[in-house]
Design a protein around this ligand. Structure first.
Ligand code: FE2
Length: 327
């Protein structure tokens, strides 16, 4: 189990929080379906896929009591939410404000369940602003909850904290095809073919889908009537030797600002380098390997860390993946 770093931040803690209790808060119902990237054609995985999985059908891992605590906490946290161009109302850093959300994100039973679904070992995202992100219903009903995009993280789940029953609009949609194919259509100003746009049916609050978000084009549609829609988007790191993780600094700079982004980035890069060094030490240092190869491996790991440190000297605004409203 990965322990979260100690809290020493200026984030205000929620006054009426709920202590995370796995005995009371976890109840697992697996999904009926897991969609593989290969079902979307040979191009859908691409060179950066971290497992064969694209997206699951709806599942739940929270009990009724857990789901109600989640809804209550997210509702209380709404006062901290802010907007930006792609996402009109969202909250980041909620793991620093709520022990319940922190416990949910780091729970070993939930991580083991999700890892089995993902077909790769998942860890809570070391960028803890990615680890728990909350989307709220926009005040302006003409806006999508979130535009078409793919994620700058390996895996994430989209969990309804609010009851989706009776909601008009506000559906979560994904494109059942390669990200690049859908992106090409959207950037050309064309509609995505409706037969390739899927929308899972979430039965109630506490239900989620898990996706390999960097390989799945998706959005959350605008609401057609006002509804207290709240979704929790929890992200995960899937450390796979030899495959680069999609987590990037520009996204964090844009969405969280320089101070938070570079702090979170330094933790992430430290974990990535540590993982690479462990893998190198365990599997790459036998006597059959030529010395120049060992040297090159060490230099590659060191170069990634040097690049992460160099980013502190640059003054960059960052950027967010955004392919527009689509329709
Ligand atoms: Fe997303």
């Amino acid at each position: 189990m990965i322990d979260a770093p100690a809290l020493h931040l200026p984030f205000e803690k929620l006054e009426t929080d709920v202590a995370w209790d796995p005995e009371r808060h976890i109840e697992i119902t697996p999904p009926e379906q897991v969609v593989l990237l290969e079902e979307w054609g040979p191009e859908a995985a691409g060179p950066t896929a971290l497992s064969p999985v694209a997206i699951t059908g709806p599942f739940r891992f929270l009990s009724d009591e857990g789901a109600e605590s989640l809804r209550a906490i997210c509702t209380k946290l709404e006062g901290y939410a802010t907007g930006m161009e792609r996402i009109p109302k969202k909250l980041r850093g909620s793991i620093y404000r709520s022990a319940f959300l922190r416990g949910m994100a780091f729970d070993p039973t939930i991580l083991a369940f999700l890892s089995e679904l993902a077909q790769v070992r998942l860890e809570p995202h070391p960028v803890q602003h990615h680890a728990v992100h909350i989307n709220y219903a926009p005040d302006d009903l003409s806006l999508n909850v979130d535009q078409w995009h793919h994620d700058a993280v390996a895996f994430d789940y989209v969990l309804f904290a609010s009851d989706p029953r009776g909601m008009q609009g506000g559906r979560f949609e994904y494109y059942a095809g390669p990200v690049e194919e859908g992106r090409h259509l959207l950037l050309a100003g064309e509609q995505l073919p409706p037969e390739k746009v899927r929308s899972p049916e979430f039965p109630a609050a506490g239900w989620a889908v898990l996706q390999q978000g960097h390989r799945v084009l998706h959005r959350a549609c605008k609401l057609e009537e006002r509804h207290p829609r709240i979704t929790v988007v929890n992200s995960f790191w899937a450390p796979v030797p030899g495959v680069d993780d999609p987590t990037d600094l520009p996204t964090m700079l844009k969405i969280d600002g320089r101070e938070i982004a570079l702090t979170e980035w330094s933790r992430f890069q430290a974990r990535v380098a540590a993982h690479r060094l462990e893998h190198f030490a365990a599997t790459r240092t036998d006597f059959s390997r030529p010395l120049p190869e060992l040297q090159a491996d060490l230099r590659q790991i060191a170069a990634a860390l040097a690049e992460a440190a160099d980013a502190f000297d640059r003054d960059e605004e960052g950027s967010l993946i955004d392919y527009g409203a689509g329709s």
